[in-house]
Design a protein around this ligand. Structure first.
Ligand SMILES: Cc1cc2nc3c(=O)[nH]c(=O)nc-3n(C[C@H](O)[C@H](O)[C@H](O)COP(=O)(O)O)c2cc1C
Length: 237
């Protein structure tokens, strides 16, 4: 959802120490409100140009989101998906370009991946996919089944589920209508458009019409508490 003044009102009660945006940044007025309570501001860059833009607009750290990453792409300066770069090509170029801490995201699935990102200049890593089977995650039954199956080896970027490109496991909807389609309603309206079909299929145990978000490396997914997984991932630091 877009970051609104209502969201800023709600957050200002809790004053989180870090606020991480996706799809660029909110308006300068809203950003100033977040900074006023002392929060550090993060956002994702998917290209060198986006990293430069975020630095010029006052973020405290940049997440270098490689093409492998699961879920929505943070792309915001362009609609051209051919501009998107793999993590280990993007990360060192952003590290060289900006004067800020850079956090690596996309395809990192074990302690060796974490160490490799740090060796390429990352100040930290952001990992999503490997946590999706943890008991704390709200991952649905059909989504968990897909992540555990061979289907998880084939992911693609699709705009069919929300209207914005995001990486998920290829399923029937993606094969038959996309994975990218100009007919998909604009973000976030596509979510409501697909909802009836999705819930009907899910009630029959089918993920054919569900967003099965996953990065290109789901091999590190484990059904263990998130704290244990985090300790494993950090083992080499
Ligand atoms: C299910 C799922 C939901 C996500 N939701 C968000 C989100 O709300 N905001 C955000 O900045 N990134 C989100 N991400 C992207 C991650 O922040 C990160 O870029 C990505 O997970 C890293 O790649 P990996 O999935 O290969 O670990 C999400 C990722 C997944 C898998």
């Amino acid at each position: 959802m877009p970051f609104s003044s209502e969201t800023a009102d709600a957050l200002s009660e809790f004053k989180p120490a870090v606020v991480s945006f996706h799809f660029g940044l909110p308006s300068p007025e809203l950003l100033a409100r977040v900074k006023a309570w002392g929060a550090k501001v993060l956002s994702s860059a998917t290209t060198i140009d986006e990293a430069r833009w975020l630095e010029a607009h006052g973020v405290d750290a940049i997440i270098a989101q490689g093409l492998e990453a699961g879920g929505h792409r943070g792309i915001f300066l362009s609609d051209d998906l051919t501009t998107q770069v793999g993590t280990f090509a993007l990360l060192p170029q952003i590290v060289r370009t900006v004067n800020l801490p850079v956090i690596a995201a996309g395809g990192i699935a074990d302690a060796r991946g974490v160490a490799a990102a740090m060796a390429l200049g990352a100040a930290g890593v952001q990992i999503g996919t490997v946590y999706l089977l943890c008991p704390e995650a709200t991952t649905s039954r059909v989504h968990r089944a897909a992540l555990k199956s061979d289907a998880a080896r084939h992911t693609a970027l699709t705009n069919l589920f929300t209207g914005r490109p995001a990486r998920g496991i290829v399923n029937r909807l993606m094969k038959e209508l996309g994975p990218i389609s100009a007919a998909a309603p604009a973000f976030p309206l596509a979510t409501a458009a697909i909802a009836p079909l999705r819930s009907h299929a899910e009630s029959r145990g089918s993920g054919d019409f569900s967003p099965l978000w996953s990065g290109q490396n789901a091999r590190g997914c484990k059904e263990v508490p998130a704290a244990d997984l985090t300790r494993e991932l950090a083992a080499g630091l």
